[in-house]
Design a binder for this molecule. Structure first.
Ligand code: NI
Length: 230
């Protein structure tokens, strides 16, 4: 499932983050690429231990922890510290798949990458090109979102970033391991959760609807209990 999550960051947070990112020292993006993707990758990146990356990264992690759409869609177990990239002057990232396993910088933990995320920090009219094109089972989805918005998609997907021919595309990208490894199961839980919330919201106070909400909430948690890996 590919899902767009609006307003992960407020306009003020985007402005603050952009000031930090625009003043930071960017380096060649090939450093975090695997062997196969290094050949396809042409962009700039913030070093993982850069103070700017950690400051804005913490802002993103804080916002995600409060975002109910993200929590419901991702059912996150562990989120990798956000990384940052910048494309300008015709830079692009050819078709690749993200590495399956990621080692935390300077720590013994690793994650399995179940979901990949890109959070946009530049408005679409600031640059030409720079679409994130994700191949899913229904065809290629082209994604270019307003600043502060994020796309979440299965890490199993082939994807690429088209050349940025004007301006600069600044974004954060990261991965997470979900409590639900299977995209199919995670999508079922997400759909169920949305339906329960809708019934609970629109039909609250109707005794039959309230009873159904309780029953469906039980089904949701019992599926989660069967499928979750902690
Ligand atoms: Ni990628």
């Amino acid at each position: 499932m590919l899902i767009r999550i609006p307003d992960v960051l407020t306009a003020d947070q985007v402005k603050e983050a952009r000031a930090i990112l625009d003043a930071a020292e960017w380096t060649d993006g090939k450093v975090t690429a695997g062997h196969q993707s290094a050949k396809a990758k042409d962009n700039m990146q913030l070093p993982e231990d850069s103070p700017a990356a950690r400051k804005v990264g913490d802002m993103i992690l804080g916002a995600l922890g409060r975002n109910s759409l993200f929590l419901s869609a991702a059912l996150p177990k562990t989120v990798f510290p956000p990384l940052f990239n910048r494309y300008a002057g015709g830079q692009s990232f050819g078709t690749h798949v993200d590495n399956a396993i990621r080692q935390f910088p300077g720590r013994p933990e690793r994650i399995r990458t179940d979901l990949s995320a890109t959070l946009f920090f530049a408005e679409p009219d600031e640059y030409d090109g720079g679409e994130l094109c994700i191949e899913d089972t229904y065809g290629v989805q082209s994604v270019k979102l307003p600043a502060g918005h994020m796309v979440l998609y299965p890490s199993t997907s082939l994807h690429h970033v088209t050349p940025v021919t004007r301006g600069a595309r600044v974004s954060s990208f990261f991965w997470l391991q979900s409590m639900i490894r299977s995209d199919e199961q995670r999508t079922l839980l997400f759909d169920l959760d949305l339906a329960i919330q809708r019934i609970g919201g629109e039909l609250a106070g109707n005794p039959a609807a309230d009873q159904s909400t309780v029953q469906l909430t039980g089904v949701y948690h019992n599926l989660l209990r069967q499928w979750a890996e902690l």
